[in-house]
Design a protein around this ligand. Structure first.
Ligand SMILES: Nc1nc2c(ncn2[C@@H]2O[C@H](COP(=O)(O)OP(=O)(O)OP(=O)(O)O)[C@@H](O)[C@H]2O)c(=O)[nH]1
Ligand SMILES: [Mg+2]
Length: 219
């Protein structure tokens, strides 16, 4: 596999929600019971999603407050897509998620960022503190997708990463489309432009009305 497009994926969330376990499950299909707080780790993996190849740089960040200072805005600015993880067995970790999301929005200067809200430890159904509906609502308000995962069983771990890759691709396509419109490259826009030029030559008084009509069609 040669690699294709290269995307940087940043995994954020409170301490002990399972960010490293999810990363390890995705990279090596392994799971460890012991907890070793992360300072910061990064990995690279080639994947195929919907028949296309991608190289993913995965940044596994620190959730524990004492280590959070070690990573900063840089990761968030450089990230193409984000996994915001909490544990369904910890309401505290869910409440903390807005802090991470807001940091991402601030760093990216946008509230439309490719993002997955991952409700991890879905195997701990008996210990659930955060109802699925609450997680979904948060994801909806964050312009993100919602997925329940378990690093322990492997449930939805690959799907989570694949969906994030799709979101990044869709976001790039939207940006390219917007650029095309901006630069009068879209066929509809070119047609509109030519039409306006003709109108300008024949009747200056009609031009603004023609533009208005055409813009409505474009929107
Ligand atoms: N039952 C269960 N335990 C999990 C799951 N994911 C992680 N754990 C356990 O939760 C603990 C914390 O997991 P980590 O992956 O180290 O958590 P983290 O989010 O990386 O924590 P920090 O690096 O401190 O931010 C470990 O003991 C894991 O074995 C899961 O899906 N289910
Ligand atoms: Mg970790």
């Amino acid at each position: 596999m040669t690699g294709g497009s290269r995307f940087s994926i940043v995994v954020v969330g409170d301490g002990a929600v399972g960010k490293s376990a999810m990363t390890l499950r995705f990279l090596r299909d392994q799971f460890h019971d012991e907890y070793d707080p992360t300072i910061e780790d990064s990995y690279c993996k080639h994947v195929e999603v919907d028949g296309h190849e991608y190289t993913l740089d995965i940044i596994d960040t620190a959730g524990q407050h004492e280590y959070r200072g070690h990573w900063n805005d840089q990761f968030m600015r450089a990230g193409d897509g984000f996994i915001c993880a909490y544990s369904i067995a910890s309401m505290g970790s869910f409440n903390e998620l807005a802090v991470f999301r807001n940091q991402i929005w601030q760093a990216k200067e946008s509230e439309n960022v490719p993002m997955i809200v991952a409700a991890n430890k879905n195997d701990l159904a008996d210990a659930r503190q955060v109802a699925s509906e609450i997680g979904m609502e948060f994801a909806h308000l964050s312009n993100a997708s919602y997925i329940e995962t378990s690093a322990k069983t492997g449930f939805n771990i690959h799907e989570m990463v694949h969906e994030l890759v799709r979101e990044i691709v869709r976001s790039r396509q939207r940006e390219e489309y917007a650029d095309m419109i901006d630069h009068h490259q879209h066929p509809l826009h070119q047609h509109q432009y030519q039409y306006q030029q003709q109108q300008q030559q024949s009747d200056k008084g009609e031009v603004s009305l023609a533009m208005g009509r055409c813009c409505c069609i474009i929107m």
